[in-house]
Design a protein around this ligand. Sequence first.
Ligand code: MN
Length: 204
Amino acid sequence: MEHKLPKLEYDYNVLEPFIDEATMRIHYSKHHQAYVDKLNKALEKYPKIRERSVEKLIFSLNRVPKDVRTAVKNNGGGHLNHSFFWKLLKKNTRLKGEIKKAIEKKFGSFEEFKEQFSSAALGLFGSGWAWLVMDNDKLEIITTSNQDNPLTKGKIPIIALDLWEHAYYLKYQNRRAEYIETFFHVINWNQVNDNFKNAFNFKL
Ligand code: MN
């Protein structure tokens, strides 16, 4: 089985003015594609492991042969993270339903959640991701470096924000804080709700 770039379910320009068309095009068709290609390359000589889904590879990295483990962590992680991220982006959805209740219960208010998430994202040194995850049925904000995915530590992603410069530099240059603020205009809360519900009976 070859890993493949998932179809992007919307046009490159639909997230304007928050995420610009050029960034979307390059991010999806060049960066994400490169992770997919390098993952396939890393698994070339391991036909059995090639049959595993990328979620399984990342969840059980210790079952990946040592000589390609780092390549799978980086490129499988890159593939998984971006596939997750694209689905999470949509304009004009509303925080509601179970995730609204859960966020308010855990953080006190949505504003407080936003504050804590943004501050974690801003505080990450270098390239990586900010996440809202489920850890043993509890919500938690974390960051990971590089393309590391929370699944490797048994935490289930609910929200993800790409903090690599390639995700925002064309439009925001060094203004990471502005990019983070912008992210809250394009979170697809319907997808977040689905991620939240699925996290309770997460299976691979
Ligand atoms: Mn990226």
